[in-house]
Design a protein around this ligand. Sequence first.
Ligand code: PRT
Length: 285
Amino acid sequence: MKRLKIAIQKSGRLQEGSLKMLQECGIRVDNGRDQLRAQASNFPVDFLYLRNSDIPQYVEDGVADIGIIGENVLIEKQKKLDKILPLGFSKCRLSIAVPKNTDYPSVQFLQGKKIATSYPNSLQQFLDQEGIKAEIHVISGSVEIAPNIGLADAICDLVSSGSTLFKNGLEEKDLILQSEAWMVARPNLSPTLQAIFDKIVFRLKSVLAAKNNKYLLMNAPNESLKRIIEVLPGIKSPTIMPLAQEGWSSIHTVINEDKFWDIIEELKAQGAQGMLVIPIQKMII
Ligand code: PRT
């Protein structure tokens, strides 16, 4: 039987999130991380453990059929892959940073300057858009030390918490792009492989929807029901059941993480009581 080959990072920031997400989709990996290849025991999928930076090439060449990679790498490598789904982890941004207290009135500061980066294509594209001519120094690691050793006036690097910049006396100035982990695929999978992939995408969507939503139960006096229903988004409309106590109802619904606190405050103001918020494991829409 044909098996879908999925490339995931061998070790690094993306690996744990990638494996966890696939496990949440019910795909079991029996043998391990220190191998180059492993088989799922309960699903027609083989795992290829590769470097994140190599995954776009392997997927484009058909060595792997699909992959989980950082969007920044996908943009940098400029490969012809289908972007299927953002996965919500390994979030970061590619930014320009300069030594603290540098007089940097605008991006025009970079005109004629030296910039160190591991992302020359993304940086060049940004400079072209801004009409800036600068010298790009490509270095593969520890970009943040470049200004301190006199190698560059600025850097272009990934930032997540900002502590690396802070520790190296640098300040973030311009945002080039934002990134997170993405599921990618090579175009034109065979019908058999596409059918396997469709199942994975369906499961991933259910897992992601569950992460972004919470199940909410509350009690409310019947006279507040109309106003409370107006506040609630829900999948269709909330479930409302009478309580044993006369004049009161129990309301069940699903609310989105992004609007969570605003909605809770509004519901309290409308007379809702005894609210219970429960995580959702999977959400099939
Ligand atoms: O070796 P391989 O090719 O497999 O991996 P990689 O060199 O791409 O390295 P890895 O594992 O470090 O990063 C994998 C992916 O994680 C990146 O391509 C990004 O998509 C994503 N990611 C998310 C990050 C960060 N956050 C991140 N903070 N990648 C790198 N960093 C580095 C950054 O380069 C800088 O040195 O962390 C430092 C900054 O972090 P803060 O928190 O101090 O701001």
